[in-house]
Ligand binder design. Structure first.
Ligand code: SF4
Length: 66
């Protein structure tokens, strides 16, 4: 099972809470936007889901795929 993570840049306000929760998945790019590295393992996927829960703008979407 893999996790697909997406950030909706129309909603995101770039305050980087997701980077604190899951620094191996989210990072601020040189363009100021949040960039996503797809989770490499189950722990990273769990952190990405946690960031989805904490994102105050509901800008993160995670989806499990088989
Ligand atoms: S927590 Fe949500 S709104 Fe904040 S930077 Fe991350 S994706 Fe954007």
């Amino acid at each position: 099972m893999t996790e697909r993570v997406h950030v909706d840049h129309r909603r995101c306000r770039r305050h980087a809470l997701c980077v604190i929760v899951a620094p191996d998945v989210f990072a601020r790019g040189g363009d100021g936007r949040m960039h996503v590295t797809q989770p490499a393992n189950a722990d990273a996927a769990a952190r990405a889901r946690e960031a989805e829960r904490y994102c105050p703008l509901q800008a993160i979407d995670t989806e499990r795929r088989r």
